[in-house]
Design a protein around this ligand. Structure first.
Ligand SMILES: Nc1ncnc2c1ncn2[C@@H]1O[C@H](COP(=O)(O)OP(=O)(O)OP(=O)(O)O)[C@@H](O)[C@H]1O
Ligand SMILES: O=C(CO)[C@H](O)[C@H](O)COP(=O)(O)O
Length: 301
């Protein structure tokens, strides 16, 4: 954690909607005139798509499983180093994993490959991470400890799978059978590496559909925002202005002392109302810390 170089992380499984909700954050950053350094979690995969296929085959032959959720297929050292470097210096290194032809063509590369590592951070106000492992803690790494605002994006699992299957088949060129198989094979890592993060988050946004999703593997479409509610759980219920949210968000109600429920269509508004003051606080803290540093350096001979 760092007052001078704050880190915001939105963490969630594959298909949870971390990329989609980035738009809400970008809107808040624009409103507050914040220049963010954006990092995608998939950049910290250890292997390109081709290499991963090979690793999966090797693991299968050795009677093991490897998935994109675990520490074998992701470089948690590099992720923790980026967070640590950014908090200390406001700088770091990033690259991108290119999923689709649309993403890859501008780089003259193939889908499933990485862009070269490049410097990031110079002149930015904060680091914004969205991806699988913003709150991960293992025996060897503690990524969560560096994050100043940790948000969980976690639809109920049937909806998460529908979102993943439909996105991966429509946009990433995978077959329904291949996506289903990858969900099955990732399950152990999902439980070991993904879900524990949601107990470390400051706030979780959980989309719950109000239409039947009982067979996610045959779903033809993603339930819309209007066909869902969003359950918003705050880790600390003190200092949360629930009456204000209830008055501002039509149809919102409390389901527990620390839990607000809003109609799906109000998810963007809820995110803006809840997150804007928190991000503003981070920026105020940053300004204060910089002022103190300037003041101290003025005292030095
Ligand atoms: N709130 C939402 N309402 C409707 N559709 C959504 C919502 N959030 C995500 N989706 C859809 O779900 C799919 C997965 O979302 P997204 O690509 O944002 O997931 P992700 O968490 O970034 O996944 P990955 O880490 O695998 O890239 C996309 O097709 C997206 O349009
Ligand atoms: O979303 C994912 C993990 O977050 C993907 O499963 C992973 O990034 C591999 O991508 P692709 O199937 O496009 O090679």
């Amino acid at each position: 954690m760092s007052s001078r170089n704050p880190i915001i992380a939105v963490t969630g499984s594959s298909g949870a909607g971390t990329s989609t909700t980035t738009e809400s954050f970008e809107h808040i950053f624009r409103t507050l005139d914040i220049n963010s350094a954006k990092v995608e979690g998939d950049s910290f995969h250890r292997y390109s798509r081709q290499e991963m296929d090979l690793e999966k085959r090797k693991a299968r032959e050795g009677g093991r499983r490897i998935s994109y959720f675990g520490d074998e297929a992701n470089d948690f050292d590099a992720l923790e180093k980026l967070f640590c470097d950014y908090s200390e210096t406001g700088k770091g290194k990033m690259r991108r994993y290119l999923h689709t032809f649309d993403e890859a063509v501008p780089y003259n590369q193939m889908p499933g490959t990485f862009t070269p590592w490049e410097a990031l951070g110079e002149g930015t106000d904060l680091l914004f991470y969205e991806g699988l492992h913003g709150g991960v803690v293992t025996e060897k790494n503690n990524v969560a400890q560096h994050v100043d605002l940790l948000i969980g994006m976690v639809p109920i699992v049937n909806l998460e799978w529908i979102q993943k299957i439909i996105r991966d088949t429509n946009q990433r060129g995978h077959s329904r059978e291949a996506v289903t198989a990858s969900i099955v094979k990732s399950m152990e890592d999902y439980i070991s590496f993904i879900t524990p993060q949601f107990s470390r988050t400051h706030i979780n946004f959980q989309r719950v559909p109000t239409v039947d999703t009982s067979n996610p593997f045959s779903a033809k479409a993603i339930p819309s925002l209007d066909e869902s509610f969003v359950v918003i759980r705050f880790r600390e219920a003190t200092n949360v202005d629930f009456p204000y949210y209830l008055s501002m968000i039509e149809g919102a109600f409390m389901s527990r002392v620390n839990t607000l429920v809003v109609p799906g269509g109000k998810m963007g508004l809820a995110m803006e109302l809840i997150l804007t003051p928190l991000i503003k606080q981070l920026m105020d803290r940053k300004r204060e810390a910089n002022k103190q540093l300037d003041w101290m350096s003025d005292l030095l001979p």
